[in-house]
Design a protein around this ligand. Structure first.
Ligand code: SAM
Ligand code: CA
Length: 248
């Protein structure tokens, strides 16, 4: 069992990745730091730490999956022994690398993103970690790729796990397709489902640039909350993580 002494925790400084830290849904830097410092960073695999630090220098760094959500996803992947997975929305690859590190050597990930440039920022770290062979990166919008996968009946119900972290306007479209691709008992995890807490605020209190995605997320949350094909857990990790388990 790994034991981290309080001396070790005290000496652990926030690194170049500090600007990347935001208050999150907790609305408290102190509490967010506490969770990261005590439970997440000490156990974060070194390739993920390296990727997080490289990403921190990129202007889009706020898009990266938060390390605490990553830790939860890694746990889920291992609990269900996921071998065949899909990721929609890769960016520099934090969630992709953590998935690759959490699944067995012979497992695979179809990773979809129209932006190959940002994927290539993290790629050398993925290669160095020895997990590139698990990844099939497809440079594309996700919907046509999912539709193509569904043209082959063998793909139906064949995936163990899917992670969605892309355009919020398509969350329901992704949900419908992924429910066909993921097996009964498999998981579909959606990120940003509390959208900075704005889902619980009146629309007039929300900045213009967040309104459209907020509406899509609210519609998505309402829809999955009554969807009888799944069980759900909406956790306030990161920016809100909705875990859907297909039951029929
Ligand atoms: N999961 C990533 C991580 O841990 O770093 C973060 C993903 S970032 C929030 C969103 C990504 O979705 C961007 O890289 C963007 O290019 C991608 N994206 C946007 N629209 C998309 C679409 N229609 N299909 C697939 N990916 C899309
Ligand atoms: Ca996200």
């Amino acid at each position: 069992m790994i034991c981290f002494s309080s001396i070790y925790l005290k000496s652990m400084e926030f690194t170049t990745a500090e600007p990347f830290l935001h208050k999150g849904l907790l609305q408290s830097f102190e509490l967010t730091k506490y969770i990261l410092k005590t439970n997440v960073y000490p156990r974060e695999p070194s390739p993920l730490k390296e990727l997080r630090e490289v990403t921190a220098k990129h202007p889009g760094n706020f898009m990266s999956t938060t390390p605490d959500s990553g830790q939860l996803m890694g746990m889920l992947l291992k609990l269900i022994n996921a071998k065949k997975t899909i990721e929609i929305g890769v960016y520099t690859g934090y969630s992709l690398l953590l998935t690759a590190l959490s699944i067995p050597h012979d497992a695979m990930i179809i990773a979809i993103d129209p932006n190959k440039e940002t994927y290539e920022i993290g790629l050398p770290i993925i290669q160095k970690a020895g997990v590139e062979h698990k990844i099939n990166f497809i440079e594309s919008q996700a919907l046509p790729v999912l539709d193509k996968l569904l043209q082959n009946k063998d793909n139906e119900g064949s995936f163990d796990f899917a992670f969605v972290d892309a355009d919020k306007e398509n969350y329901l479209n992704y949900h419908e397709r992924l429910l066909k691709l993921v097996k009964v008992g498999g998981l579909i995890v959606f990120d940003n489902t509390l959208w900075g807490g704005t889902v619980a605020q009146p629309e007039e209190a929300v900045s213009e640039d967040r309104k459209e995605s907020r509406r899509s997320i609210i519609e998505f949350n309402n829809s999955v909350s009554i969807d009888q094909r799944i069980e759900i857990a909406l956790t306030p990790s990161g920016d809100g993580l909705t875990i859907c388990r297909r039951i029929r």
